[in-house]
Design a protein around this ligand. Structure first.
Ligand SMILES: *Cc1c(COP(=O)(O)O)cnc(C)c1O
Length: 229
């Protein structure tokens, strides 16, 4: 193994160990564990060479926040490493839906009816859809993507019930200056209320807390690859 492969492998092991500890702690206090929590390695801004080292170290789940950037980096990597699963974790414009569907294995950022209808059109035209998460703007921040908590039920009704889209989970990005735990608890409550299994929450600063609060996946960039320039 090269030095950077080993570095990445060690970083993943550290993050895994912290997650396992957090989940065990929550089992002790609450009786029931939440099961496994997957690490989505956020590779936005990282060049192909850096990502290839992570793939060689054995990691298979990655996240990108921009369709265009993913389209430049990932087709070659996916051809080299066929087991890879790529998550879209950034906002999706309807005119990029087609390319997103060709690249991503999970799309975490469904947040409006127009986008749901665009997915349904592609499905009806024969393109298989990946699993979808709905992004919830739990902090109700005007500049942030995501459906408002009060409008989630209506979006689920359109996307899941009327259009029959494969909506399986929720995702959130808490406001920077607020207690993340409040947002994780809200997302968990909303997921339970709507019978959705997957919960994408927690980043480098708070992935252990998120895992403890029921995250089924955490999105970790800096803690695995180092600071972004
Ligand atoms: C960049 C990004 C992350 C990873 O952030 P880190 O703090 O580097 O772990 C997670 N989620 C989303 C949506 C991001 O855009």
């Amino acid at each position: 193994m090269s030095a950077s492969e080993t570095d990445f492998g060690n970083a993943v092991q550290r993050v895994e160990a912290e997650i396992d500890q957090a989940i065990m702690a929550s089992r002790r206090t609450e009786g029931a564990g939440e099961g496994a929590c997957e690490i989505v390695a956020v590779s936005k801004t990282r060049p192909q060479g850096v990502i290839r080292e992570a793939l060689r170290a054995g990691h298979q789940v990655f996240g990108e926040n921009r369709v265009q950037e993913a389209a430049e980096k990932w087709p070659a990597l996916k051809a080299e490493f066929p087991g890879v699963r790529l998550h879209l974790i950034g906002p999706l414009q309807t005119n990029k839906v087609k390319s997103a569907l060709h690249l991503f294995d999970v799309i975490e950022t469904l947040d409006r009816e127009k986008l749901a209808r665009a997915f349904a059109r592609e499905r009806d035209a024969g393109t298989p859809l990946p699993n979808l998460y709905i992004q919830v703007n739990t902090g109700e921040e005007p500049q942030k993507a995501g459906v408002l908590p009060g409008q989630l039920a209506a979006l689920i009704d359109v996307a899941k019930n009327q259009l029959d889209l494969p909506v399986v989970g929720l995702m959130c990005i808490p406001p920077l200056e607020e207690e993340a735990a409040l947002h994780f608890a809200l997302l968990k409550k909303l997921a339970d209320r709507h019978g959705l299994q997957k919960l994408s929450m927690g980043m480098s600063a708070d992935f252990a807390l998120a895992a403890q609060m029921g995250a089924t996946s955490v999105r970790v960039g800096t803690a695995l690859f180092g600071a972004r320039s």
